[in-house]
Design a protein around this ligand. Structure first.
Ligand code: MG
Length: 306
């Protein structure tokens, strides 16, 4: 079985807010991060340092990062697509970078306009200038499935990891199910194969989507395979703007409700999280996912009737 506790990485403020076209006021973003922190969340992907023209929603990255880092015990991670934006993030005080590369060439070109091996070289350049006190998360997008090419064979993902892992074996490596089409057997299969192949890499995470209703099943598969760092998004916000149809990261409140019931500690208070998730689902232009938020409302209605 999996670990007795899991660490959730709340990706809503980045992955969830990024596809929302209506600009969310910076103060409101910061309020969401503060309320997520108050609910017990201690690791958040708070923003991305990317082109302001390409992603106007995240043009306030430095301000949101600074506010998040002021919260006690908060590990605020920021996504960076290349060296230039990594330098911007470090100049803004970032202590935890997340780099993303897709296994699929088409997806990587759509996402960052490079071939995967060009992203590998860019990752090496970032790692080479990384200060000793800055942590690195390596997100491996389309690790199982690509919106353009369909299923990705484990050998293809491992072949890219053969280039990536030696660059920084201490990085936290996160295979991402970008489309939500992976199944639990394949999640466990890739994780088992990767952990066997790279014994020097000790930190692994999993990022999945609930697009086909398999979000929680895949989280359990990752947990049973020994992963104790799981990405999720409050209110199930997010997806990938370059992966058509990939709506909905697995929702944090669904993951917390499940692990609570399994007596696996998350450190998160569900009631407080639900209140934030309800407000997250109501953000203009947001498309929310997840089940538990509405299930708990229905349950409280029934108890009032009874
Ligand atoms: Mg996602």
């Amino acid at each position: 079985m999996g670990a007795a506790s899991v660490s959730l990485v709340e990706v809503g403020p980045r992955d969830g807010f990024q596809p929302i076209e209506t600009l969310i006021p910076t103060a409101r973003k910061i309020m969401f991060v503060e309320r997520l922190h108050a609910a017990g969340i201690r690791r958040v992907e708070v923003t991305a340092f990317v082109s302001n023209e390409a992603v106007p929603q995240l043009a306030d990255a430095a301000e949101v990062l600074t506010a998040a880092q002021a919260l006690p015990g908060m590990d605020a991670q920021v996504l960076v697509p290349n060296l230039r934006h990594a330098e911007r993030a470090l100049a803004a005080g970032a202590k935890h970078l997340a780099f993303v590369v897709s296994v699929s060439e088409k997806h990587n070109r759509n996402n960052v306009r490079r071939a995967p091996l060009e992203s590998v070289a860019e990752y090496a350049r970032i790692v080479a200038m990384l200060p000793a006190d800055v942590a690195m998360r390596l997100n491996v997008a389309t690790a199982f499935d690509c919106p353009f090419d369909g299923a990705i064979a484990p050998e293809t993902t491992l072949a890219l990891l053969d280039h990536l892992v030696p660059i920084l074996p201490t990085a936290e490596i996160c295979p991402c199910d970008t489309t939500g089409r992976v199944t639990p057997d394949r999640v466990a299969g890739l994780i088992d194969a990767a952990r066997t192949r790279y014994p020097q890499a000790r930190s692994w995470a999993y990022h999945g989507h609930d697009t086909y209703g398999l979000g929680l099943a895949n989280v359990v598969a990752a947990w049973q395979a020994g992963i104790d760092v799981i990405d999720s998004s409050f209110a199930g916000l997010g997806g990938c703007p370059f992966a058509p149809g990939a709506t909905g990261n697995v929702s944090t409140e669904d993951v917390v409700w499940m692990f609570d019931a399994m007596n696996v500690a998350t450190g998160i208070t569900l009631d407080a999280l639900i209140a934030v998730a309800r407000d997250g689902a109501a953000i203009p232009g947001a498309s929310a996912g997840g089940r538990v938020r509405n299930a708990l409302v229905a349950a409280s209605c029934r108890s009032e009737v009874a």
